[in-house]
Write a protein that binds this ligand. Structure first.
Ligand code: MG
Ligand code: MG
Length: 435
């Protein structure tokens, strides 16, 4: 992402919080995996969104209108010994030279400097409850300022930063949409790779490996643990053991997306392991396909957030009734949520830097309107549990979900994952193919 983009975001947030305010954002801490090894470091999305800086042990501070500089960063100092082992650090000099900081200090000096910046502010914008250790430090500084209020000043308000910042993140800029397109393109290529590799007798994790390979060779990684669920495993929504053998005659449901330049994709396809749908598999598949289409058509500016879901519910209920799985009149079945045992999740979620991205779904208790720049998934599904009561045996143990990433563009729904077929014949033809 271009440096201009980060500086535009900081300016925007500073306009929103106004002078007299200070915003404080700590970087995510490193996490121990076991003993002395760490998980791969992943910057906190809010921190990165405003800084573009990817090192741990840092704190970003925004002070709109401060004459000596509005954007201040505390970070690790350069250290030749440490850098020899762990790689280069920017240090305060690098933050000023390359990240647009007006001022930067060693993280070890924060105790001396940050309380002074807080002291001159009326309002402190901060996201409480994300990083517990830093919460305690910030509260400690504020309490100390209040304790000696007679001799100095102390901020009056602690305001939740999430609300303003997450509303900003909900609306993606052109550069962000481009990044999300690249993330979607890599995910689509990985799904195609898995389709080619799919055959009966392989383990689910062998298809998972195709995803990890395609992501890694593009400089990306998984945006969440991939789900490769064959046969009845597809009825477990968050199955990710991925260790079963894929049987001839079963479907495989794959929910896998990547994170590239810190932007996520989230894509699901379901197809026959042997390339041939059975009649009941095909009938249920076509219902989910039409639900996906109907929901996507509703992903238009001016519609409500829930309109795609309502469209999916209608298609799925109608389909289940036509197949005899539900019995009764369509309006009654919809009103009584008769579809719920077979479609128990919502049709989508915001997606961006986080796979389940930030941003409110309701405004003043009402579903909000879809607006250009928002990006959502569309992911209807049908899952008939292996022990589903009152359902004919032929349907049981089938789980199908079809998930795309959709940009609510000015011109209507723009499906970022459109290069991956949804049509039953088209996708079945790709299984085990060289295409
Ligand atoms: Mg998904
Ligand atoms: Mg999803």
């Amino acid at each position: 992402m271009h440096a201009q983009e980060f500086s535009r975001r900081r300016r925007h947030l500073m306009e929103l919080i106004g002078s007299g305010s200070i915003a404080v954002l700590p970087a995510a801490p490193e996490r121990t995996r076991s003993r002395d090894t760490h998980y791969a470091y992943r910057p906190d999305s809010d921190f990165y969104y405003l800084t573009g800086f990817e090192e741990p042990d840092a704190v970003a501070v925004l002070v709109p209108g401060r004459p000596h500089g509005e954007f201040i960063v505390f970070c690790r100092e350069r250290d030749p010994d440490k850098e020899l082992w762990d790689g280069a650090r920017e240090g305060p000099e690098g933050l000023v030279a390359r990240f647009g900081a007006d001022d930067a200090f060693p993280i070890g000096d924060i105790e001396e400097i940050l309380p002074g910046l807080l002291e001159h502010s009326e309002r402190v914008f901060y996201s409480m409850g994300v990083f517990g250790e830093f919460d305690q430090r910030l509260l400690g500084w504020m309490q100390a300022l209040h304790a000696r209020r007679q001799s100095g000043h102390a901020p009056d308000e602690l305001v939740d930063l999430d609300h303003l910042l997450h509303e900003m993140r909900l609306f993606k800029s052109r550069r962000e949409i481009s990044a999300m397109k690249r993330s979607a393109r890599i995910a689509v290529a990985a799904h195609r790779r898995a389709l080619r590799a799919c055959e009966p007798g392989k383990h689910e994790y062998e298809l998972e490996a195709e995803f990890r390979y395609e992501f890694a060779r593009n400089g990306a990684q998984c945006s969440y643990e991939p789900i490769v669920a064959s046969g009845v495993n597809a009825c477990v929504l968050h199955y990710n053991a991925n260790d079963s053998v894929m049987n001839d005659g079963d479907l495989v449901l794959i929910d896998a997306g990547c994170e590239h330049e810190l932007y996520a994709s989230d894509v699901t396809r379901t197809y026959p392991v042997n390339g041939q749908f059975s009649a009941p598999q095909r009938e249920l598949y076509d219902v989910v396909h039409s639900a996906n289409q109907a929901a996507t058509e509703k992903a238009n500016p001016g519609n409500h957030w829930n309109d795609p879901h309502d469209a999916a519910v209608k298609e799925i209920t109608r389909g289940l009734r036509d197949l005899g799985i539900l019995k009764g009149r369509l309006p009654t079945l919809i009103r009584s949520n008769a579809y719920r045992p077979y479609f128990m999740h919502k049709t989508g979620h915001w997606i961006g830097m986080d796979v389940h991205d930030v941003g409110d779904y309701k405004v003043a208790e009402q579903w909000r309107l879809l607006e250009p720049g928002m990006v959502t998934t569309i992911e209807p599904g049908i899952y008939i549990a292996p022990n589903a009561r009152g359902v004919a045996k032929r349907w049981r143990g089938i789980g199908i979900r079809l998930e795309d990433d959709v940009h609510i563009s000015r011109d209507g729904p723009q499906v970022l994952t459109a290069d991956l077929p949804l049509d039953a014949d088209e996708i079945a033809a790709l299984v085990g193919s060289d295409a």
